[in-house]
Structures are given as C-alpha cells and as structure tokens.
Design a protein around this ligand. Structure first.
Ligand SMILES: Cc1cc2nc3c(=O)[nH]c(=O)nc-3n(C[C@H](O)[C@H](O)[C@H](O)COP(=O)(O)OP(=O)(O)OC[C@H]3O[C@@H](n4cnc5c(N)ncnc54)[C@H](O)[C@@H]3O)c2cc1C
Length: 246
C-alpha cells in the first residue's frame, strides 16, 4: 500500500479584487498566473499599493520569487489547500503534526474507530528482505490477535456505553504498531508546505515521508507552479521520489 492523496480544497481568487481597484481608480496589469498566484501577487501589491503607475514590470513568477528571496513569505500564507492522506502509517502523522504554524489536522481516532479490521503497512524496505518481512508479518498478526482479544474480553464484561467503548479501544489500541494505517485531513498554506518540503522532502532514510511530500508536490504545483518554482521532484537511483530545493 502506498500513500494516496485526495485534494479536498484548492486556492481560489474571485473577481472582487476588480471592485476594489475600481473604488481606488487603480489598474493592475496581470501576467500569466493561476488564481493562487494572482491572490499572492495581489496581497503583496496591497502592501505597497503598487498598482497603476506604481506597478513594476515584474511578471507574476518574478514577483513571487522576489517575495521569497526578500523573506516576505507571510504573503504566501493566503493560499491554502486541504488534503486527505490515506495509505499512510500512524508513524507518519507523528512527524507531520510536529509542524505548527500554517497547518491544521484531523486524524482518524483509534478511540472511536474500531481497528479490528485495520490495515497494516509494511515498510517498503522489507520488500527485499524476506526474513525481516516474515518477522514483521508475525508481529503484526500477533498485535491484531491481541487487539481482538482485548476488545472481546472487555466487551464480555457487559458495558458498551460510548465511554466504555472509548476505554476498551484505548486499552486495545495500545498493542497496535506504528504500521497501522491511518487517514488524516491536512490543511496547509503555501509557506508551510514549502517549509515541509525544505525539511522533510528529501531525507533519504524516510521513504514514506518522501512519498507523501512528492504527492503533495504533485497536488500543489499545478495550482501554483510559481510558488514552488524553486523546488523540483527528483528520483533516487531506486526510482523513489524526492522533493528538493534547487
Ligand atoms: C531530520 C529530522 C529529525 C528530527 N528528529 C526529531 C527527534 O528526534 N525528536 C523530535 O522530537 N523531533 C524531531 N524532529 C522534529 C523537529 O524538531 C521539528 O519539531 C519539526 O521538524 C517541525 O519543524 P519546525 O519547528 O521547523 O516547523 P514548524 O512547526 O512547521 O514551524 C515552521 C517555522 O516557524 C517557526 N516557529 C514555529 N514555532 C515556533 C516557536 N514556537 N518559536 C519560534 N519559532 C517558531 C520556526 O522558524 C520554524 O522553523 C526532526 C525533524 C527532522 C526534519
């Protein structure tokens, strides 16, 4: 099983900016850009009211790269995406949720959700190590049996109220491994995503995170190529992906 991404919301930019410009008797010459990129440029231009005669000849790409070079990156925070990530281990969000500003998370609960039929995701590195994979599989099956046994034994005591079930699942989940599949909705702004790529996109020994960064890269770049123009998707010798800063 590989990480999957579902893009639940994308950045947009309405025509209401034109009403504002009319009210100020201002004009704005736009160059080739997506709605996300227009929103960033517009927000940046508001800082200096650099419309009409005050507008420089920079293209949208040049404008955004200049914001980044100058460290004026708060302007990138106006552009957000919401993703659903599935097919990831529970280990991955432990790392992802360490990222604070610019992120919001909603993850599958193991207290409310019955994990009896949970999927377990084997590390890709074990695919070429049959004995290690056998040990992993044995351990997973043992954890699954223990989970089911704990739930059934505690249910046999009779109390299945909402809080009793939370307590039962809390006890049972304690035997589940990091390999347990989870799902998480992630909202993130462009600045936060750039930071994620910077610190997590190409860590050689963290293939799952590299795969997640690469599918996020694949989701955001069509919406805002100029915002991520200084990153690129590359492949290692084993054809696994990296998101690297150029
Ligand atoms: C290779 C690697 C190994 C790691 N190993 C460990 C580990 O062993 N144990 C562990 O606990 N964590 C570990 N981490 C997590 C790491 O310490 C960070 O918690 C995580 O990567 C989030 O980074 P961040 O704080 O830069 O990001 P974010 O929370 O996304 O913050 C973005 C930026 O905002 C600013 N910022 C955010 N919050 C504050 C604040 N409170 N005060 C001032 N500035 C702020 C900083 O400039 C920060 O870089 C590791 C991370 C990496 C990439």
């Amino acid at each position: 099983m590989r990480p999957q991404i579902y893009v639940l919301s994308r950045p947009s930019f309405t025509d209401d900016f034109a009403r504002f410009l009319r009210s100020e008797q201002q004009s704005w010459v736009q160059t080739q850009s997506t709605p996300a990129e227009k929103l960033i440029e517009f927000a940046g231009r508001i800082c200096y009211m650099s419309f009409g005669q005050n507008q420089s000849s920079k293209t949208n790409l040049e404008y955004i790269l200049n914001l980044i070079t100058q460290g004026h990156e708060s302007v990138l925070e106006h552009v957000c995406w919401t993703f659903l990530l599935t097919g990831i281990t529970r280990a991955l969000p432990h790392q992802l949720v360490r990222h604070r500003p610019g992120f919001a998370f909603s993850q599958l609960s193991q207290q409310y959700h019955d994990e009896t039929a949970a999927t377990f995701i084997a590390p890709e590195s074990l695919e070429t190590a049959p004995q290690a994979l056998a040990a992993w599989t044995e351990s997973i099956e043992s954890a699954r049996r223990a989970y089911q046994l704990i739930v059934s034994q505690m249910l046999a005591k009779g109390n299945a109220s909402k809080e009793a079930m939370r307590s039962i699942r809390s006890a049972a989940r304690s035997v589940l491994p990091n390999a347990t599949e989870t799902k998480i909705v992630v909202t993130a702004n462009a600045r936060a995503i750039r930071h994620l790529f910077n610190v997590r996109g190409s860590i050689e020994g963290d293939l799952e995170m590299r795969r997640v960064c690469s599918i996020i890269y694949g989701a955001v770049v069509p919406d805002a190529p100029h915002v991520f123009a200084d990153f690129k998707l590359t492949a290692n010798a084993d054809e696994t992906p990296n998101v690297v800063k150029m």
